[in-house]
Design a protein around this ligand. Structure first.
Ligand SMILES: Cc1cc2nc3c(=O)[nH]c(=O)nc-3n(C[C@H](O)[C@H](O)[C@H](O)COP(=O)(O)O)c2cc1C
Length: 136
């Protein structure tokens, strides 16, 4: 099992519809390959974790890097892991908007940021995502 995490910057032209499209494609593609993960978006940047069989993860990542809906894709973690941090999600999505420090969000499958705070989740990952979601 392998886990990869990257950050990127959303294209200027990115629309809400693009996000819907990305999530729909991701959920079916990832489901087929038993890739699980989490996509966080703070309006300007993305942070995504992908986990699954190494070959599958790298293959999807290569496609994601080439996607023109974002740029400046930088991998920050790539490591073999014993178990999944997001076992139930083919791709969950969490968005934070910059309304006065409140975290308004649009989420599929799970409704709250507490969904991130899975006590089984590796600490470094939890820290990374919660920092990212508070960064704006
Ligand atoms: C931020 C972001 C995250 C994405 N995450 C995934 C993902 O988890 N799984 C996936 O299959 N495609 C994901 N995509 C979409 C891929 O880049 C690509 O469009 C999709 O896999 C279809 O590829 P294909 O046209 O080669 O079939 C993501 C795109 C962006 C911009």
């Amino acid at each position: 099992m392998y886990r990869l995490v990257y950050v990127s910057t959303a294209a200027e032209s990115l629309k809400e519809d693009d996000i819907d499209n990305i999530l729909n494609v991701s959920q079916s593609n990832n489901d087929e390959r038993y890739i699980t993960g989490f996509l966080a978006h703070n309006g300007r940047s993305f942070m995504q974790a992908l986990e699954g069989e190494r070959r599958e993860v790298v293959d999807i990542y290569d496609r994601i890097v080439a996607d023109e809906r974002h740029f400046g894709v930088a991998q920050i973690i790539g490591e073999p892991v014993e178990k999944r941090a997001f076992p139930d999600w083919s791709m969950n999505y969490h968005r934070v908007d910059d309304n006065e420090g409140s975290s308004a969000m649009v989420v599929r499958q799970d409704e709250s940021i507490d969904a991130l705070l899975n006590p089984d989740m590796p600490r470094d990952l939890l820290y990374l995502f919660s920092k990212f979601l508070r960064m704006r």
